[in-house]
Design a protein around this ligand. Structure first.
Ligand code: C2E
Ligand code: MG
Ligand code: MG
Length: 609
């Protein structure tokens, strides 16, 4: 059959198709049957654009709606290739499926096509091709205008992907764009293969929100968003592609630079953003000043995941804030590695105590006058299975942060007291030596230090007078209530309290003397001030004068003084001259094992008098 020669024949086709459709027959058996003319009129008047197409793909008959859609009389469409009318040949898969439907080998084809209507406007249409009915040759082509649905969908998507306050792309869209940019095809097709991210957080936004309310806060966010967009546009003018500006939540924004050319480009952008945010905002009669902290990451797109990139940017943002806010900071892999080891250490601290990974070394405290061993300071070390022997600087602060200093401190205290008692038992003929144990602030606050000490002394049999506890100035300064009561109770028990690293804080000696403190441990920096011999630097008498006055005052207030970090005999003789009581430092001994202390006890003199 050829539609070109047969003219009105399509009507017959359609009639046949309709009346032979078994569904129609069964469903309307008891109803008066619609005749072929009725179906024909329905076809002609249907609001859905339709055409009957023969096996060769030529239009046999078209209805008015299709004519209207395509901008010509329906009759004018007869004999034309249906595929041309609705653009079915433009992609191979659709074309193949269409052929299969025409040959009766596939049931149906449905696809979306963008068509130009007679007014020159583009429409989105849903094109469906399906057989006319059982055994009938030819197919029914229908074209539905789905533009408004598409528009609605697009609008919904826009709503889902944008932040209503700032109208910027939201977190979802940001991650979508970032993922797309990091997909291999995206950067393999030319481009720089690099990606950059400025991750920023407003400093001072919370204060605005809290004091002036959310409405003002929202308007401020919108104003910030506008400035960020302007920065991105300006960056786009000079560099080609415009960075994507997104609001990631709260007062956090991101600027994503695809195909970045290097850290310089990101630094310029960050600098521009800082400047833009810093000038005041006039909102609702208020002049508002905020600033931004920005974490900047720039790297190869290959091998990076969206999460890794954002995490790096987040860490860097945290550094920018920690370094004093109102600045941008560039991601530093080394600093990050350090942070990772900090995390690794922190997470294994508690189990390490149970696994017995900590040990104590003891550093002699020596009488300045006679060079005799008076006591030792217990210094903790962590024999870490992965990182090796770690000094306390690496983990004490972490242990304080997460509270594991409490069980660790208790272990140190018990071990040191047991050891001190052991030395005493091993050397019954020598005068006993005391042990000095460092105590962290948190141990005074978060544990029952007094009860722990009493229990440990009772258990080990060590006399309270042979235990000294070292606290830092900040731990005892302004101490009132619980810490002061604890210090008093310990002192009443006979335990000596020493102030560690004295002189590094702002302590007032007169105030300290009113606390139950017995010993000052002069910070190493004072002793280092003496170290001008041989360095070529002129002597600095002021240091010596200050230290001498301090020692005299301490003595008058009933305190004894220990100097830390005594490294040279010249330092030692000066300290002796100005009245220092005991010394600690490499001149006498490094921190050593308990056995070595035993040997020193047997030999007695440690330093030259
Ligand atoms: P600190 O209490 O001031 O301990 C003295 C530190 O100075 C020790 O470092 C010691 O090895 C070092 N040192 C001693 N003599 C010299 C010297 O002549 N020259 C120099 N340059 N350094 C010297 P270490 O063992 O690394 O301990 C560091 C800090 O860790 C200690 O400072 C103390 O504050 C803390 N710490 C150590 N053990 C414990 C503990 O069991 N608990 C608590 N809470 N803190 C501890
Ligand atoms: Mg100490
Ligand atoms: Mg110290």
């Amino acid at each position: 059959m050829s539609g070109t020669s047969e003219g009105p024949a399509p009507a017959t086709d359609l009639d046949r198709a309709a009346v032979t459709d078994s569904d129609f027959n069964t469903s309307s058996r008891t109803e008066p049957q619609a005749g072929p003319t009725a179906y024909r009129s329905a076809f002609v008047a249907a609001p859905l654009a339709m055409a009957v197409v023969d096996r060769e793909g030529l239009v046999v008959s078209a209805n008015g709606s299709l004519g209207a859609l395509l901008g010509c009389a329906p009759e004018g469409l007869v004999g034309r290739l249906a595929a041309d009318l609705v653009d079915l040949a433009s992609d191979a898969r659709t074309w193949h499926a269409y052929q299969e439907v025409l040959r009766g080998r596939q049931a149906r084809l449905s696809c979306t096509r963008r068509l130009k209507n007679p007014d020159g406007q583009y429409l989105w249409t849903q094109v469906t091709v399906a057989p006319l009915g059982t055994g009938e040759p030819g197919v029914l082509l229908s074209v539905a205008d789905v533009s408004s649905q598409r528009e609605l969908q697009a609008r919904l998507r826009h709503l889902q992907m944008h932040d209503p306050v700032t109208r910027l792309p939201n977190r979802t869209l940001f991650f979508e764009r970032l993922s797309a940019a990091l997909e291999a095809e995206a950067y393999e097709q030319g481009g720089t293969g690099r990606i950059g991210l400025c991750y920023l957080d407003l400093d001072g936004f919370k204060a605005v929100n809290d004091t002036l309310g959310h409405r003002v806060g929202d308007r401020l966010l919108a104003a910030v968003a506008e400035r960020l967009t302007r920065c991105a546009d300006e960056a786009g003018l000079t560099r080609g592609s415009t960075p994507l500006v997104a609001r990631l939540g709260g007062d956090e924004f991101a600027l994503l630079v695809e195909d970045s050319t290097g850290t310089d480009q990101l630094a310029d952008l960050a600098e521009a953003v800082l400047k833009a945010v810093q000038s005041p905002f006039d909102i609702a009669g208020h002049r508002l000043s905020v600033s931004a902290s920005i974490g900047v990451v720039e790297r190869h797109a290959a091998g990076t995941t969206p999460t890794a990139l954002v995490q790096a940017a987040d860490t860097t943002l945290y550094w920018a804030k920690a370094d004093g806010k109102s600045r941008w900071t560039l991601f530093d892999p080394e600093r990050n590695a350090h942070r990772m080891t900090r995390q690794a250490l922190a997470s294994t601290l508690r189990p390490a105590i149970e696994r017995g990974e900590f040990t104590l070394e003891y550093q002699p405290l020596v009488g300045m006058e006679d060079g005799r061993l008076r006591g030792v300071e217990a210094l903790v070390r962590w024999n870490h299975p992965q990182f090796g022997m770690l000094t306390p600087n690496r983990f004490i602060a972490l242990a304080e942060e997460d509270g594991s200093i409490v069980p660790l401190g208790r272990w140190v205290l018990a071990t040191a007291c047991r050891q001190a008692r052991q030395w005493q038992l091993d050397h019954p003929d020598e005068p006993p030596i005391f042990v000095s144990v460092n105590v962290a602030v948190r141990q005074v606050w978060d544990s029952d230090l007094v009860a722990d000490v009493a229990e440990i002394l009772a258990e080990t049999g060590l006399a309270p007078g042979l235990l000294q506890l070292e606290l830092t100035e900040s731990a005892v300064m302004g101490s009132a209530g619980r810490p002061l009561q604890a210090l008093q109770a310990l002192s009443d028990m006979g335990v000596h309290i020493a102030i560690d690293d004295f002189g590094t804080g702002y302590s007032n000696l007169a105030y300290l003397s009113r606390l139950p403190v017995a010993v000052l441990k002069l910070d190493g920096s004072f002793v280092r001030g003496f170290q001008y011999e041989g360095t070529g630097a002129p002597p600095n008498p002021a240091d010596e004068v200050v230290v001498e006055a301090m020692i005299q005052l301490a003595h008058r207030l009933g305190l004894t003084v220990t100097a830390e970090c005594v490294e040279t005999s010249a330092q030692a003789s000066r300290l002796r001259r100005i009245g220092c009581d005991t010394g600690q430092g490499w001149l006498y001994s490094r921190p050593v094992s308990p056995d070595r202390i035993s040997e020193l006890m047997a030999g007695q003199a440690v330093g030259k008098p």
